[in-house]
Design a protein around this ligand. Structure first.
Ligand code: SF4
Length: 143
């Protein structure tokens, strides 16, 4: 499906929940025909949020996301909150990270480098692979 319309990008995406505002004049210029290709990327209608939460996610390489996954229902780029000092949980930082909620067997999937999370007094914590394995351990390779 192809659409046309007008919208204004938000001034600072770090401070907004949406990417655009003041959207108007939306028109379908080319309707979808037949079934979408099987993928990946998976192009069908996305499921509801509880389904995403139940599936769990794995980290996704930023370049892979930009190249292959922006149209996939299982790819996402979202803000994450980092608690810098667990003795002082009000000390937080935010950044964007990319994730895949899709089947573990996807041939396009690349995890990218392990993520480092800043910690107290200049220390940092590396998020090892077991974090993603644990989050998706209830799913088989093709689920
Ligand atoms: S890696 Fe994940 S987000 Fe990207 S195409 Fe495969 S299933 Fe979709």
């Amino acid at each position: 499906m192809e659409l046309s319309g007008q919208a204004v990008p938000v001034a600072d995406p770090r401070l907004e929940t949406a990417g655009f505002y003041k959207t108007s004049g939306l028109k379908v210029t080319k309707d979808a025909e037949g079934e979408p290709p099987a993928g990946p990327p998976v192009l069908c209608v996305p499921p509801d949020l509880p389904t995403y939460r139940a599936r769990g996610h794995r980290r996704l390489d930023v370049r892979t996301y930009d190249t292959n996954c922006t149209t996939c229902i299982w790819g996402c780029r979202m803000p994450v909150e980092m608690i810098i000092d667990h003795w002082n949980p009000s000390q937080k930082k935010y950044r964007f990270e990319t994730f895949c909620y899709g089947p573990k067997s996807c041939a396009l999937y690349r995890p990218g480098p392990a993520r480092k999370v800043p910690g107290r007094k200049g220390m940092s914590y590396t998020e090892e692979n077991w974090v993603d394995e644990d989050a998706t351990s209830h799913r088989g390779p093709n689920d």
